[in-house]
Write a new protein. Sequence first.
Length: 73
Amino acid sequence: MDKKILKIINEIKLNKGEDELLFISENDLLREDIGLDSFDLAELTVHIEVEFDIDIFNDGNITSIQDIYKKLK
């Protein structure tokens, strides 16, 4: 699961012309640590919904990698 989430995040970052991340941590915050903005979070939601068949923002805000993992479990 880590590799899939990292791949999705890196696709978003590369589309913006930003450098790829080598790794992510459960404690990483999507906005502050990874640098995603509102549009990126919307794109992240779509990619995760396609990959995992779940809307991670359905029950509220997601702010960290750990939040994503909790929703996917």
